[in-house]
Design a protein around this ligand. Sequence first.
Ligand SMILES: Cc1ncc(COP(=O)(O)O)c(C=O)c1O
Length: 385
Amino acid sequence: MSEPARDLIGNQRDLFDIPAGVAFLNVATMGPLPIAACEAGQRGLARKLHPWTIPDADFFADTQRLRPLLAKLIGADEAGIAFVPSVSYGLATAARNLALEKGQKILLLADQFPSNVYTWCEHARATGAVIETVAAAGNVSLSDALLDAITPDTGLVACAQVRWTDGARIDLAAVGARCREVGAALVLDLTQSCGAMVFDVDEVKPEFVVTAGYKWLLGPYATGFLYAAPHRRGGTPLEQNWITREGASDFSRLIDYTDAYAPGAERYDMGARSNFALLPALQASVQQILDWGVANIEATLGHQNRALAEALEERGLTTGPESGRGPHYLGALLPQTAPDDLTARLRSENIYVSKRASRLRITPHLFTTQSDIARFLGALDRHLA
Ligand SMILES: Cc1ncc(COP(=O)(O)O)c(C=O)c1O
């Protein structure tokens, strides 16, 4: 893949409804909706005041508009995209369609997000496969440890581009290549990177990718998408609904039941996918991200976070080498003396970060100002003194 051009983006606070006194550094928990996305969602919700004005064709319009935009985020073709309400739903779809043999290994990252652990524990119970958890050790990075652990008895690797607790980065191109070498399936949860880090399905070649819409895609809750590789588009959906069948747009013929699905990954779409309120909002958010450009977002957040990481290191909060983490994602190891209620104390000063395990997760975005960062560092100095 050729390297995309990268420009630094100026501050975008005007597009958000974030008061000057709020330092919101917590996109990893919940990205804010841009104002335009909220308005699009409100307009969409209001359509339901007058259902008689909603034409049948509109059950298809939002998903038709969104599929190519979502595909563009990950360098995919739109026929590979399906709508899911959650990561767990998308992962369950992947699990249903990936057969494993007794004794084959399922590799997971240590401290991986629970939805991407429980799904595979259940799949291991059902198939007799064995879960193996990979951790960084000594000088070996998490990414290298994962690569080392992929052996001919590996049936499946389920991981992320960055780990949700600390932002540790996985070299997915290398992992994808190694999976293909040994014949293992690769399933990715890109919730903590899609929209903020460049990713290309052609480079990594995963079987399935799942992404929630409400974090780095700045979309509404209960939105998300699944990508299925071309040879995985003929599988079994989690549920059998009417709208993913061939000919569903002719409402008068829905009881002419058919076994044929709509083409591509559409068969995996969730029931009630045509959400008239949420999808217009997601579309506006994703369009905004594409307008900024994912490579430019990555470069800009990386630039901002480099300075912030240095300031944190000066205060004894280690974030690790930049090459080992997602540029948009800081997981700072807290000193043992840090107060247990640190995030609550910060929240009382209108500074929002999250704590996962022993790390302070600091995830600003294009709306973050120098004054937000100065207030955050000033508050840290007081509470960690
Ligand atoms: C990495 C990751 N995956 C998935 C999710 C959400 O999972 P689900 O959609 O199953 O609720 C989160 C939420 O914090 C997350 O951080």
